[in-house]
Design a protein around this ligand. Structure first.
Ligand SMILES: N[C@@H](CCC(=O)N[C@@H](CS)C(=O)NCC(=O)O)C(=O)O
Length: 206
């Protein structure tokens, strides 16, 4: 059976879990990272020398980097659903995955770590506020892209929605001021109605 290492409150692990759940694949998840440790054990470092989660093992394939995992699962198990076989169509999803890593997550990571993982007395409020404003500005790009479609590429869920959705739970799940983004809000509401998303992403933020 496919194995996934990673704690289920990690944004990157949630991408893998959500993808597995959407594809209805049987898998075993082993808690690893933060309070669970494991990531420094020799057998884990052999799989991922970075000592980070998620990691999957599917037969002889061992894969780390959450977006690579989502792409692998899509290519192997999601043809005709989350994975477009036409390279041009697939690139439309792919670009949003890279956008998440390079543009969306950096300010959201500051907000999330600042407001969720850092005790109040240690927070750098100026830095958090600047990152929250930056994320709000950046999300205008996503809002425009979602105009007129149910998901980021067309009217069905694709791999492109996975990192976006997992990060956006950090945007909507934290009690803070947010600018109005009607298309992003409607899309997130749509994701929130999916059983796989509820089960894998909409968990307490801690
Ligand atoms: N670029 C990597 C980042 C992986 C990463 O930073 N994982 C974090 C959790 S989100 C981690 O393993 N942190 C150490 C830990 O949990 O002990 C990916 O997308 O998989």
């Amino acid at each position: 059976m496919l194995k996934l290492w990673g704690r289920n409150n990690s944004v990157n692990v949630q991408k893998a879990i959500w993808c597995l759940e959407e594809l209805k694949l049987p898998y075993e998840r082993i808690d690893a990272g933060m309070q669970y440790g494991v990531v420094n054990e020799p057998h884990f470092r052999k799989m991922n020398p970075n000592g980070l989660v998620p990691v999957i093992e599917d037969g002889s394939a061992v894969i780390w980097e959450s977006n690579a995992i989502v792409r692998y699962l899509g290519a192997k198990y999601g043809k005709g659903s989350m994975w477009a076989e036409d390279p041009a169509a697939r690139a439309q999803s792919d670009k949003w995955m890279d956008w998440c890593t390079t543009v969306y997550w950096p300010p959201m990571r500051t907000v999330f770590w600042g407001l969720v993982r850092t005790p109040p007395e240690k927070r750098n409020l100026e830095e958090i506020e600047a990152a929250r404003n930056k994320a709000g500005e950046i999300l205008k790009i996503l809002d425009a892209a979602l105009a007129g479609s149910d998901y980021i590429v067309g009217n069905e869920l694709t791999i492109g929605d996975i990192p976006l959705g997992a990060i956006s739970w950090r945007w909507f799940g934290i009690d803070m001021e947010r600018p109005p983004l009607p298309n992003v809000e409607a899309w997130f509401k749509r994701l929130s109605q999916r059983e796989a998303f509820k089960k894998s992403v909409l968990l307490p933020l801690n």
